[in-house]
Design a protein around this ligand. Structure first.
Ligand code: NAD
Length: 351
């Protein structure tokens, strides 16, 4: 199979590319603009494999997208390119609309043109797989889970842009017959995660003895999934998912943000006994909440488990330990980011 991965230099996309090159015989083209979040160092372990190629380009550029389709002739498109940070979407929604909505439209049009002239066998097996988020469903109360038929109710500009792209994908399947599928996943964590997001930001600040910002009182709940478990689920869905299907993906690891931050403090204390005086928990610093902060997300992943046989391999405690260990042994990957692209400043206050 020829698998075109948009956003393959990002956190999840690079995990998918590494997973495919290291564990299968498929070929991969990573198509990525290399925004602040894209990083070729995340692909270094597969970069010399003859089944891997990289193209630096923007999914909003119809000419570049068309040429990638005609040169690579994909059997599967795994579309992960996106602007992904909720706080940045509050400060500057424009890039989110451009990449997440317009970019997805450009890709769909190119995929449709490509798919229509494929020979019959390859046409039947072609898939356009949109990788989306559970944030399209909005916020939950104390109980219940998001299922595939939960009503869309996106609250942040990021979530709204992803909901918009999900709807485009659905319409291209319904109207033109393009064999698409959509997966909606909960919060990921793991190696190579850009340190603007809660878990890597907390790990690095804890290592450096800096304050650990927690929004509000840290009561918001997320359902965490280790990124490699997500990568495995995505490939399974891309290869075996039914055209037009949607699958929710999640690890059933609901945690309050404050519990996540405290668990990281304890792990960093254990694995990197402190340069600072006393336990890292004392660095926790409650800061003004994110505007419109969703209270709780939780995923019912029973469809992908029963139809495609997927099971996550990591529980939260195992995955978090692996993640902290990775940041402790991969200084070179994150020091470049911390000293240049993003130093940990507060984003998304809507002022
Ligand atoms: P990321 O921010 O780490 O990476 C995004 C990648 O897309 C980067 O490599 C960036 O350079 C690239 N990109 C951005 N704009 C582009 C453009 N216009 N053209 C080409 N490339 C562009 O994101 P991530 O966390 O790896 O998320 C990947 C996908 O998974 C996104 O679509 C996101 O909505 C979805 N998702 C993420 C999570 C999560 O917890 N991180 C959960 C569910 C779904």
């Amino acid at each position: 199979m020829h698998i075109l991965i948009t956003g393959g230099a990002g956190f999840i996309g690079s995990a998918v590319a590494r997973w495919i090159i290291e564990r299968t015989t498929h070929r991969v083209l990573v198509f990525d603009k290399l925004t602040y979040a894209g990083n070729l160092a995340s692909l270094a372990s597969v970069a010399h494999d003859p089944r891997y190629t990289f193209r630096k380009a923007d999914i909003c550029d119809a000419v570049a997208v068309k040429s990638a389709f005609s040169d690579f002739e994909p059997d599967i498109v795994m579309h992960l390119a996106a602007e992904t940070h909720v706080d940045r979407s509050i400060d500057g929604p424009d890039a989110f609309i451009q990449t997440n909505v317009v970019g997805t439209y450009v890709l769909l049009q190119a995929a449709l043109t490509h798919w229509r002239v494929l020979p019959v066998g390859r046409r039947d097996n072609f898939r356009f797989h949109h990788i989306s988020t559970d944030e399209v469903f909005g916020s939950l109360g104390k109980t219940g889970c998001f299922a595939e038929d939960t009503r869309y109710a996106p609250n942040s500009p990021y979530a709204a842009s992803k909901a918009g792209s999900d709807h485009l994908v659905r319409a291209w399947q319904h109207t033109y017959g393009l064999p698409t599928l959509v997966t909606n996943c909960s919060n990921n964590y793991g190696p190579y995660h850009f340190p603007e997001k809660l878990i890597p930001l907390t790990i690095l600040n804890a290592l450096e003895g800096r304050p650990l910002p927690v929004y509000g009182r840290g009561e918001n709940i997320r359902d965490w999934l280790f990124v490699e478990d997500h990568a495995e689920a995505l490939l399974l869905a891309a290869l075996n998912g039914a055209p037009g299907a949607t699958y929710n993906i999640g690890g059933s690891n609901e945690r309050r943000n404050i519990d996540v931050v405290e668990a990281i403090c304890d792990l960093v204390d254990e694995l990197s006994p402190s340069a600072i005086d006393g336990p890292r928990r004392k660095l926790i610093n409650f800061v003004p909440d994110r505007p419109g902060h969703d209270q709780r997300y939780a995923i019912d992943a029973s469809r992908i488990k029963s139809e495609l046989g997927w099971q996550p391999r990591h529980d939260f405690e195992q995955g978090l330990r692996k993640t902290v260990e990775w940041y402790l042994t991969n200084h070179r990957w994150w020091e470049v980011i911390r000293s240049d692209t993003y130093r940990g400043e507060r984003l998304g206050l809507a002022i």
